[in-house]
Structure formats: structure tokens, C-alpha cells
Ligand binder design. Structure first.
Ligand code: GLV
Length: 468
């Protein structure tokens, strides 16, 4: 065996092949040197090149069973080029043989795990076309406010409204609340605002949502036909938050974590919950409804974890979405493919915008088309769901689980049966909250572009024709 210190594998990783070339054959290299190239093919491909000059060969230990030089352990200076050469080739043969055998075993091991690990690596390159980051958001270092005399009206049902107000004021804005003087207001900043509050703003130039959704603006009769642009927050960080939530919700259902929690509450050591029959990621079919910034990221993330992910969007492929980089996601389109999509999804995650066409889309027709025992997650808007249909599907066992983060009436009234339902998880509209620093930066930027009459970034302006 030939041991060359420092060249065992590539940085300690195993090699598939070691090639030793007599450097006297390579022009320009020291006569009597050996070039050792080791190539390993594993999770990554690595190439190590080492040059062993003849002196270094004194460190070689040549032990060739039954061959010339046996017993020449610690080759010392005798390990000179001429004497060592035949040993090198013999040693090379042994090295290759031994290592190739090892790699075949390793390769087989890898091949078996490839379906699980490959998607993660493959998806990484395409993940997050926009990186989720925190923007500047520092009032002290932010550039001076453009036209500070132009005021904003803030009207939302967000519990965080006082924080938004304070942060906007820190940036130099004059913030009006409903009922105050709005004569100098040019931008409305809203979320689930009481309809009518913008009606009396004479100089209104645009309305900005505090979140990703704009449905409540589309529904405001006072804004219909007014011709002002409706703007949303477009933040990859929100998409990442949503994807993280969906990973939890999917795994919680997949691994029956609620059943384990129930057992825990009864101090019960219950190994029968999954009964040693884990549903693995590649076995779970997850269907994502909606392929906007949120839906796209959710589909990409789950596919990256090895789930069998499909998606459904209402409009045909030409309408522009994030599906082009969803290589591992089967995308269904339109009403004609809706039930096929449903029949292939054990878990349905709804991230559609709320429009006339999508209102009530989570209903008995969808639930009945899904494989029995499935789960539904509504993370978009309460009005997507027909609540009674869900309760019936849960009662009949057609559905086993639901995660609800959004409701027609928020906060959810204490009398709602979802609160205490053993198969339902209720969340207070928090699966992906707007990041306030990023939101403030976007609002300040959008306000300035609107006031200057400049174009707004892609995706920020809602299209009234589409309803989102
Ligand atoms: C939350 O629901 C949002 O629209 O951002």
C-alpha cells in the first residue's frame, strides 16, 4: 500500500481514484517527482493534486505484499525515483482497486438516498429569486423624506397600528388617523380598514396595503372607479415566513404531532400513534393553491424537502407566475384541472388571492375529491372557506385535519366551533405577518414614486381586472 502523507483522499474525504504519474514525463517538473491526482466523486466532486518531490518519497512506506520491496518499510532514501518507480505503478494499481471498491459501496448508498437529498440541492440554486433580507429601516440613516408636506392617512385593524404610526412618524411623515383633518393626505395606508374612511380624502393619489393582500381595498365601494393605484407589500421575507409555517403545518399532520400532544396531556407513553409506519416526505402529496410570491415559495420549499408537491392556479400558464422555476412541481391550471389536482393532494394549502372566482373555493366539492383522511390549510382569507363544509368533512372522516389562520370575522368569536375542535388548529392570522421595518421602507419608497409619478416595482400594483 502506498501512503502519501497529506494526500489520503481529498482533504480527508474518500477518493474514487488515485492516479500517480511519474513527473519525469511531465515537462517542466522536477525529475524524479511524482504527481498524485486523486479524484473523489461523492456528494460533491473534489480534485486534489499533490506533487511529491523525490525527497518526500523518503516518507513513503511501501509495503507490497509478496512483491518486490516487501519489507522495505520506511523506504528511506532507497525510495529514489528509479527504485521506487515500479513500486509506484504497483501501488497505484492497489490504490485504485481498493478505492474503487469503496466508492462503489458509497455510490450505492448515495443512490438510495438521492431521491431524498437531491431535491434539496437542486432546488437551492433556484430558491428565492429575491433574497429575504432586512432593508435599511433606520430612521437616523434614512434619506430625507421627499415632499414632507404630503401627509398619509393610516387606517387598519392591525393591533400593531400604533407601532406603524410611530415608525412612519420617525421617518418624518405626518400620519393622520380616521376622523382627523385629511386635507393634505395623498396616500392612504390601510389593512381591513372601515369602508368609507378614504372617501373624503380629496387629494388621494394611491392606497397602500400594510400586507401582501389587497382584497379589502378591492371590496371598498368608495375606491371602485376612483382610479387610484392599490399597492401591496412585496416582501420575500414574508414568503419565507409563510413557507416555514407550511413546513410546520405539513409535518405536524404528517407525523401526527397533535395526537402525540394529546397523549402527553394525559401522561400517556403512546408508541401506537404512528404505529411504526411513518409517512415519509416522498410519500406525502401536497397541493398548493395559488402560485404568487407566497404559494411559489411554499411549493419550492416543500419540494426541496422531498414532498411530492403539485400546485393549482386559476389562470392559464401564460398569465405569468413563479411556476417557471418550479421544476419539481406539477402545476395544474384552471377549472378543468381542479378536481384532478384535488384528487392528487392529501394536503391542500390555500394561498390564493381572494377574488369573486376564489371565494368559497374550499368547499365540499374540493374536500370530497381529495383522498380520504387528508388535511386542509387555509392561510389566505377566511372567505375562501365554506366553514360548514369543512365541519362536515371533518365529522365524516373525509378530512382528518385542518389548520386555519384566517377567518371571515377576525378576531374569531369565542363561540366559533373551530376553537375547540379536536381536528382543527386555530391561529390568529399570523402565519406570515408583515415585517414592520421592511414594510416601512417599502411604503416610504412607494409613496415617493407615486408622488413623483414614477413607475412602481414589479408586482406592487394590484390589477383591478384580476382582483389582486
Ligand atoms: C396578510 O394576510 C396579508 O395580506 O399580508
Amino acid at each position: 500500500m502506498l501512503h502519501v502523507p497529506g494526500l489520503e483522499g481529498n482533504g480527508g474525504r474518500p477518493c474514487s481514484c488515485v492516479v500517480i504519474v511519474d513527473a519525469s514525463l511531465v515537462p517542466g517538473l522536477h525529475h524524479g517527482a511524482a504527481v498524485i491526482i486523486s479524484i473523489g466523486i461523492g456528494i460533491s466532486i473534489s480534485i486534489g493534486i499533490g506533487i511529491v518531490i523525490s525527497n518526500a518519497l523518503t516518507d513513503c512506506r511501501l509495503i507490497i505484499p509478496g512483491g518486490r520491496g516487501e519489507g522495505e518499510e520506511e523506504g528511506q532514501s532507497k525510495c529514489a525515483k528509479t527504485r521506487a518507480k515500479p513500486f509506484f505503478y504497483y501501488a497505484l494499481f492497489l490504490q485504485c482497486a481498493v478505492r474503487i471498491r469503496i466508492r462503489i459501496a458509497l455510490g450505492m448508498l448515495l443512490a438510495r438516498s438521492v431521491p431524498r437529498i437531491a431535491p434539496v440541492f437542486r432546488s437551492r440554486a433556484k430558491t428565492q429569486p429575491l433574497a429575504p433580507t432586512r432593508m435599511s429601516s433606520n430612521a437616523a440613516t434614512a434619506p430625507a423624506l421627499y415632499r414632507p408636506e404630503s401627509e398619509v392617512l393610516l387606517a387598519s385593524t392591525f393591533g400593531s397600528q400604533p407601532i406603524w404610526k410611530a415608525r412612519l412618524e420617525e421617518r418624518g411623515l405626518t400620519v393622520r388617523l380616521p376622523g382627523e383633518d385629511v386635507s393634505k393626505v395623498e396616500l392612504g395606508i390601510v389593512f381591513n380598514h372601515p369602508h368609507g374612511v378614504l372617501d373624503d380624502v380629496p387629494g388621494l393619489k394611491a392606497v397602500q396595503s400594510l400586507g401582501a393582500g389587497v382584497d379589502f381595498m378591492m371590496e371598498d365601494p368608495g375606491l371602485k372607479g376612483r382610479g387610484v393605484p392599490l399597492l401591496r407589500i412585496v416582501d420575500p421575507l414574508m414568503a419565507e415566513r409563510m413557507a416555514t409555517f407550511c413546513v410546520w403545518a405539513t409535518m405536524n399532520y404528517q407525523r401526527k404531532c397533535d395526537d402525540y400532544f394529546r397523549a402527553q396531556m394525559e401522561s400517556r407513553w403512546d408508541k401506537s400513534v404512528e404505529n411504526y409506519k411513518n409517512v415519509d416526505n416522498r410519500e406525502l402529496r401536497v397541493g398548493v393553491m395559488g402560485l404568487g410570491l407566497m404559494g411559489g415559495q411554499v411549493a419550492r420549499t416543500l419540494a426541496g424537502l422531498g414532498y411530492e408537491v403539485s400546485a393549482w392556479k386559476r389562470l392559464p400558464p401564460s398569465s405569468g407566475d413563479s411556476s417557471s422555476d418550479l421544476a419539481r412541481v406539477r402545476v395544474y391550471h384552471g377549472e378543468e384541472e381542479f378536481l384532478t389536482f384535488a384528487s392528487n393532494a392529501q394536503v391542500v394549502i390555500n394561498l390564493l388571492p381572494l377574488t369573486t372566482e376564489t371565494r368559497g373555493i374550499l368547499n365540499a366539492r374540493l374536500f370530497n375529491a381529495m383522498p380520504r383522511g387528508g388535511a386542509v390549510m387555509n392561510l389566505a382569507r377566511g372567505a375562501h372557506l365554506v366553514a360548514n363544509d369543512l365541519l362536515e368533512a371533518l365529522a365524516s372522516g373525509q378530512l382528518e385535519h385542518a389548520v386555519l389562520d384566517v377567518f371571515v370575522k377576525e378576531p374569531l368569536p369565542p363561540t366559533c366551533p373551530f376553537w375547540l375542535h379536536p381536528k382543527v388548529r386555530v391561529f390568529p392570522h399570523m402565519s406570515s405577518v408583515t415585517d414592520i421595518p421592511n414594510g416601512i421602507d417599502q411604503i416610504i419608497r412607494n409613496r415617493e414614486l407615486v408622488l413623483k409619478g414614477a413607475p412602481l416595482p414589479l408586482g406592487v400594483v394590484a390589477e383591478p381586472g384580476r382582483g389582486y
